[in-house]
Design a protein around this ligand. Structure first.
Ligand SMILES: *Cc1c(COP(=O)(O)O)cnc(C)c1O
Length: 431
């Protein structure tokens, strides 16, 4: 069961939280209880494949609302690509999360969420269309669109900030057609996110069965835990100190890692690596959370000035700043530093980083410098070709583009331009 972080008496099922997205009071859902995994789980972990691991970790959060057999099917659909950990530098591993269909880590959450909704829609004969609405800083849109493409009974509406996403990202969201519409918003990601939140409390839209597919949705957020479990199993270092650095924007991915830790996963310390949007690094210094205006950077998927999931992190630590500080360090990096990070690792070991992974690499190195007795893992959240210009310019090389991306470039983009909430609303009402 899940409670609303704004109203702890508002308790809902997994299904309800999945379809609501946000609680009626506009705040986020959060599991009522975080259960520790059993001794047996840890004993068996080395022998488990990704599917049985995922089932063991996730089933407590679904609480039999989806029978185990069907949940396993959903998991198989979700984790149908690989998650390799690659040694890239002395004692530093990259966890590659970009082998999914849209080349960024968000594919896992998006696929899991769409498969869960599909399950409930099929089994309960909902005869009304559901509209999944999502704001994207770049990667979410493509992943969600891909996850929900062609699912009966679901319309997908994506809002993305004009001129702030990469060419490949824009192609991924604007060329699908079918049940997917792309709205190009004149403004930053935070404006898109604001607009999305507004639709949920708009009385005129209350008939519309709207739901969100941002990482605020528990079904997108929770399966991200699996990366950490998979990497931990693959590194097989039960007794070494493991530090994990996460390139962070809306802080869903990091928060999922922290939840995994709370379930018993032995991660010693987390590093949040951000770009100039340093609301959280500032908070970790001062203890005061002040949202900021978004700054555009080369790591656009992390251009978030008011990260939605940070309240969930605070909840995990019972809002105890000192406890949080023991387990989380946050650093910010400028675009120039990020480019140097890409160059450094390429020249050292020929490993290609995307800009987001590069900030995580830098954060990890900075932390390890003062804590050398630890094993470092950073999350490489996107394929470098997704940010082709940046990476090619940084290294002065040409990168091979996968065939399915080349195909994308032949397609026509289809999008609707908007600048105000009013326009979003009339778009939704017209459907
Ligand atoms: C979304 C995204 C991030 C940030 O993840 P959050 O969960 O929002 O913190 C980092 N890197 C890439 C490539 C992304 O797409």
């Amino acid at each position: 069961m899940y409670l609303s972080l704004g109203n702890k008496k508002d308790i809902v099922s997994f299904k309800k939280a999945l379809f609501n997205g946000l609680a009626p009071d506009k705040s986020l859902y959060y599991p009522i209880e975080v259960q520790k995994l059993s001794e047996d789980f840890w004993k068996d972990l080395q022998k488990m494949d990704n599917f049985s691991l995922a089932l063991a970790v996730m089933k407590g959060y679904i609480n039999e609302e989806i029978p185990e057999e069907s949940l396993l099917d959903i998991i198989k659909k979700t984790l149908d690509f690989k998650f390799p950990t690659v040694l890239v530098d002395e004692n530093i591993y990259s966890l590659e999360l970009f082998h999914g269909p849209t080349l960024a880590f968000k594919d896992v959450g998006a696929k899991f969420m769409s498969a869960c909704m599909d399950y409930f829609i099929r089994n309960e004969n909902l005869n009304k269309k559901i509209t999944v609405i999502v704001a994207t800083s770049g990667d979410t849109g493509g992943a969600v669109a891909n996850g929900f493409l062609g699912i009966d009974g679901v319309d997908v509406v994506i809002l993305y900030p004009k001129g702030k996403v990469s060419e490949i990202q824009e192609l991924q969201l604007t060329t699908l057609g079918s049940n997917v519409s792309a709205l190009e918003v004149d403004g930053y990601f935070d404006k898109c996110q604001e607009m999305v939140k507004k639709t949920f409390v708009d009385k005129d839209l209350s008939e519309k069965l709207l739901t969100s597919a941002n990482s605020i949705n528990i079904a997108r957020w929770l399966p991200q835990m699996l990366y950490y479990f998979i990497a931990y199993r693959d590194l097989n270092r039960r007794n070494s100190n493991l530090v994990v650095s996460v390139p962070s924007g809306n802080f869903g991915n990091l928060c999922a890692g922290m939840l995994a830790k709370k379930m018993g996963l032995p991660i010693n310390h987390f590093v949040a690596s951000t770009n100039e949007n340093d609301t959280v690094p500032k908070f970790m210094k001062t203890g005061t959370y002040e949202k900021q205006k978004t700054i555009s950077t080369i790591t656009n998927a992390m251009d978030v000035g008011d990260p939605s999931n940070f309240v969930r992190i605070l909840s995990l630590y019972n809002n105890n700043f000192n406890e949080l500080k023991k387990e989380l360090t946050a650093y910010k990096f400028s675009d120039e530093e990020t480019i140097l990070g890409i160059r450094e690792l390429y020249h050292k070991s020929k490993y290609l980083l995307d800009p987001h992974g590069a900030t995580a690499f830098l954060g990890l190195k900075k932390y390890l410098f003062n804590n050398p007795e630890t094993t470092g893992l950073f999350l490489e959240t996107a394929h470098p070709v997704k940010f082709l210009d940046t990476v090619e310019n940084a290294l002065n090389i040409n990168i091979d583009i996968p065939q399915h991306i080349l195909e994308l470039k032949k397609k026509e983009k289809s999008k609707i331009q908007i600048r105000e909430y009013k326009q979003l609303k009339s778009f939704l009402l017209s459907r």
